[in-house]
Design a protein around this ligand. Structure first.
Ligand SMILES: [Zn+2]
Length: 194
């Protein structure tokens, strides 16, 4: 079973990951096999809501903003250091954005696949950043579960064929790398290639 150890160092989250796994972040030369996670976190406006799921599939922390008050979205983004993804041109006119205090990606297309491409290109995201790490429904970090722990929670066929499982601590959904998951990763790959 893969182990994930987390620790803070210089205010950055450090994750111990198996070697050879691709990811964004800065490599700390003093800590072999340890990667600093300095990845962007997002707050996604309702007008580009489909981006939420794709960002979570990639493993990025993506909060969905379904309110109508731009100021509260901006306040959350500032407080939590999140990048705003929106199609709202008014938001980029705000002083906090012009001054560089807050990062906003103004999404151009109304097509989700082009929106995703724009975000990936603009922020140089890695589609394989942390697959299988975030709950697609509630944005919570998933926890590793043993096969025995999920025995009565997954369909028998899945139990027979899958060995790695993750659970969301909030909604208790169980995730495994089944065909549905593989199809999503494949689609993501296509977005990347344009
Ligand atoms: Zn969940």
């Amino acid at each position: 079973m893969r182990e994930c150890n987390f620790a803070y160092r210089n205010n950055r989250l450090i994750s111990r990951v198996p070697e050879g796994i691709k990811g964004v972040g800065l490599l700390d030369k003093n800590l072999k096999g340890v990667r600093l996670i300095d990845a962007p976190k997002f707050i996604v406006d309702t007008n580009v809501g489909k981006l939420v799921k794709w960002l979570r599939i990639m493993g990025y922390d993506a909060l969905f903003f379904n309110g109508s008050n731009d100021s509260s979205m901006i306040a959350t983004a500032l407080a939590e250091g999140r990048v705003i993804l929106t199609r709202d041109t008014q938001i980029v006119k705000r002083r906090v954005v012009a001054s560089g205090q807050l990062k906003v990606v103004l999404i151009q297309s109304d097509k989700p696949e082009l929106q995703m491409q724009q975000v990936i290109d603009t922020l140089n995201l890695d589609c394989q950043f942390r697959p299988f790490a975030i709950c697609l429904e509630c944005n919570q970090p998933l926890l590793e579960r043993s096969k025995q722990q999920v025995k009565d929670l997954v369909p028998p066929y899945v139990f027979q064929t899958q060995s790695q499982y993750m659970e969301c601590p909030a909604c208790h959904r169980i995730y495994w790398r089944g065909t549905h998951w593989q199809a999503m990763i494949k689609k993501l790959d296509q977005y990347m290639k344009g």
